[in-house]
Design a binder for this molecule. Structure first.
Ligand code: NOJ
Length: 758
């Protein structure tokens, strides 16, 4: 996949003509929309540009957005009845949604249907692995299927609009919200953005009862907050925005997403919520986006705290003029847009444009034709319990990454005596992850249950918590040590609790909390083989003791099938096949750390030397502990025989790059072959490596396969001096290998051609 240069208008028209359920579906409603707009009061127009938290919402939804003041159920119904409110979010009661829709359609003056939205991040009733974990599967089809399943469940409660996927590239493990995205890499990020949009929206058109409008968020740069601090200022170059942070949005819009959410942060001094360059010049003029922009929660109101707006009225003005069509939670548009128009500050025609966008989307979602279409009794009835357990288990095991397996301690034998130790060894509290509003933890399978089901004799399992996530337990270490002494092998489930990542959960030290480190030290000192299963929503840095465990496995937050998915992989019923979608650095101080960093003018010459005056730290080279793309299998895949043909890529041609992978191990291997390039001389500095392709290959013991990648000049594009996508002839290094810091290396040359067609 190549990164999008800005699209031509012809390309836009043709992709829209063929895409199901977008512009064409609103056309029959265009007249109705125009006559509604001409009949609407300014207050009703502002109402259509307002979304509020649902008055009836599950407790986690209220906890996630504590500042919300939605009013009582009756007050909210009255706001809808009076046309002051056109959308609500994060309710999950089909009955209440039906009642509210009835109020909108039958009791409001103009009968405009209500738009029901929600944060359906990684499942609705069936909770799948957190998005970062699922990214480890490097599997677009899987991401599409889990998003589709989430949409099927969510839409059955009437929800038609999803505040997902989060497509922010995250390269700083201190930032807690990386858990919600696709990791650090642009190609993987684009691939998952497209898959998730396709999954949420489905392939039957947006009017379909199971279709849920996707919202790639947060535009833009939210993952690049200074110091990894959530909500913090972002000050990256326009080149970095265009090359790293924009492409997943562009890919998601090209896949048909018709809404987006502004980011909380400022970008180079201008908050996204008041950034007309971003929301108008780039989003609409360059990319041709025709959907609508919603604020992130009270992001418009926050323009006061940013120091841009003088007061609430000014904040509403700045956000609206900055290109934010709909205001979430603050109610500022409802309160101030009418007066801003009446006093001549904002033109009514501009308000009409935003209202038209929102009504057009309501029409495209089928709400004018059948406001209750998603709420059929059969769908509501099927929605009580998680419906997609098999898929959740498949996604869970494909998300697991094995970092280390010394002496083949894994897979575990089913007849072994196992001590299962750690704060997450049992219980349902830390399985689903930080961003679940609608899934009931009671449905999740704990780790110990998964283990017992996989063992010959469940009595061979001893379970000891040993400590809490961030606090010690009295007698915990002693009990854990005793359990370890009596076992053949120890499995420790340690790391972060589920509230240690997610929104507003930035960390200054991405370590395992101290009480757990003490526990690990005491248990490993017993001398039994130790497997560490890491629960985390970000990269972790391990201390020396933890690193010495015989086996290390990243187990993330895997959702409803956590225990079973882990047991599937740890006991060897399935091969480990996940790969790191983020680098695991050696120290927190390397943050932000990502594999495709720049070479610099003074790269260290060797991994061994303590060379002075090189780009390294006093204490360590600036390389990963476990690099992006890394992940082991139970087999032993060996890469050989790189072939780059004649080593030239004609300007309009293709170059096949291939290698042979042989599994020299005794068990099957699920290998993920990765292709990286480096541009050796260009008009702007280029990263050490960039991922340009990946493919999965399953190899039985002793089996070989040839993996083939095809490169064209589009794969070699970058944002040049003029800040537009370009490509330059010259020499490139290419690797095919198992991760971002190794592989077979070759070179090729892109031959000069007609630069005008770059
Ligand atoms: C704030 C979050 O940043 C955003 O992603 C989410 O959609 C809204 N809250 C609404 O819950």
């Amino acid at each position: 996949m190549s990164f999008p240069a800005s699209r031509t208008s012809e390309a836009r028209l043709s992709s829209e003509a063929t895409r199901p359920g977008t512009a064409g579906k609103a056309a029959p409603h265009a007249e109705r929309i125009e006559s509604l707009i001409s009949a609407m009061t300014l207050e009703e127009k502002a109402g259509q540009l307002t979304i509020m938290p649902a008055a009836l919402a599950p407790a986690p939804a209220n906890a996630a957005n504590p500042a919300a003041v939605p009013g009582s159920i009756e007050e909210q119904a009255q706001a809808v009845r009076e046309g002051r409110l056109g959308a609500v979010f994060n309710g999950d009661s089909a009955d209440w949604h039906r009642r509210m829709q009835t109020v909108a359609v039958e009791e409001s003056r103009l009968g405009i249907p209500l738009l029901l939205a929600a944060d359906v991040i990684h499942g609705f009733r069936t909770i799948f692995p957190v998005p970062l974990a699922e990214a480890a599967a490097f599997d677009a089809d899987l991401a599409r299927r889990t998003a589709r399943a989430a949409a099927e469940e969510a839409t059955a409660t009437g929800i038609a609009w999803n505040f997902a996927p989060m497509v922010d590239i995250s390269r700083d493990a201190r930032w807690g919200r990386g858990v919600e995205g696709g990791g650090e890499d642009v190609l993987l990020g684009c691939t998952l953005a497209v898959a998730r949009v396709e999954g949420f929206q489905g392939d039957k058109g947006l009017t379909d009862a199971g279709a849920m409008l996707a919202t790639p968020k947060h535009l833009a740069g939210y993952g690049a907050g200074t110091g990894g601090l959530d909500y913090n200022s972002v000050d990256v170059s326009e080149r970095t925005l265009r090359e790293i942070h924009f492409p997943p949005f562009q890919a998601a819009f090209e896949a048909g997403a018709l809404s987006t959410m502004a980011a909380f942060n400022d970008v180079a001094g201008v908050p996204a919520h008041a950034n007309a360059w971003l929301m108008k010049d780039v989003l609409r003029s360059e990319w041709g986006f025709e959907g609508f922009v919603v604020s992130d929660y009270t992001g418009d109101f926050e323009l006061i705290a940013h120091g841009l707006a003088e007061d609430e009225r000014d904040a509403a003005r700045l956000a609206f003029q900055g290109g934010v069509d709909m205001s979430m939670s603050s109610n500022l548009y409802a309160e101030h847009l009418p007066d801003l128009v009446r006093s001549g500050v904002i033109a009514e025609a501009d308000v009409d444009v935003a209202v038209r966008r929102v009504l057009t989307l309501k029409a495209q979602l089928g709400l004018f034709d059948d406001p209750y279409g998603r709420l059929s009794p059969e769908r509501v009835e099927a929605n009580d319990q998680p419906r997609y357990r098999d898929l959740a288990r498949e996604a869970g095991r494909k998300s697991i990454v094995m970092l280390k397996n010394d002496g083949g301690v894994l897979p575990l034998r089913r007849d072994q005596k196992i001590a299962l130790i750690g704060p997450f060894a049992e219980g349902r509290d830390h399985l689903n992850g930080p961003w679940v509003l609608f899934g009931d933890p009671a449905y999740a399978v704990p780790v110990d249950e998964g283990f017992r089901a996989a063992m010959d004799d469940p009595a061979n399992l001893t379970v000891v918590r040993g400590s809490e996530a961030e606090a010690s337990l009295e007698g915990g270490i002693e009990a854990a040590v005793e359990a370890a002494r009596g076992a053949d092998v120890v499995v420790m489930v340690v790391g972060e609790g589920e509230r240690m990542s997610g929104e507003a959960q930035s960390r200054i030290d991405i370590c395992i909390p101290e009480p757990q480190r003490d526990l690990i030290a005491a248990v490993t000192a017993v001398g039994k083989p130790v497997v560490l299963v890491l629960k985390c929503g970000r990269a972790l840095v391990l201390d020396e003791t933890a690193k010495q465990a015989q086996a290390l496995v990243v187990g993330w937050f895997l959702g409803v099938e956590t225990g079973n998915a882990l047991a599937d992989v740890l006991f060897g019923a399935h091969e480990p096949s996940g790969r790191l979608p983020i680098s695991f650095p050696r120290h927190t101080g390397q943050s932000p750390f990502h594999y495709d960093r720049k070479v610099t003018g003074r790269p260290p010459l060797s991994l061994e030397h303590g060379e002075e005056f090189k780009a390294r730290y006093r204490e360590t080279l600036n390389v990963a502990e476990w690099p992006f793309g890394h992940g082991l299998t139970y087999g032993d895949p060996v890469y050989e025989g790189l072939d780059v043909g004649d080593g030239t890529l004609a300007w309009d041609g293709e170059l096949e790059v291939s290698a042979t992978i042989t599994n020299r191990g005794a068990r099957a291997a699920e290998e993920l072959a990765q292709l990286y390039i480096h541009d050796r001389a260009a008009s702007v500095t280029r990263p050490i490596r960039q991922l340009k392709g990946f493919q999965r290959v399953r190899l039985e013991a002793g089996q070989s396969a040839r993996v083939r990648f095809t490169l064209t000049r589009r794969d070699l594009m970058f944002v040049g001096r003029e800040l537009s996508w370009t490509v330059e002839p010259g020499r490139f290094t290419v690797w095919i290998g198992p991760n971002a810091e190794s592989g077979l290396e070759g070179t090729f040359e892109l031959l000069a051609g007609d630069a005008a067609s770059a």
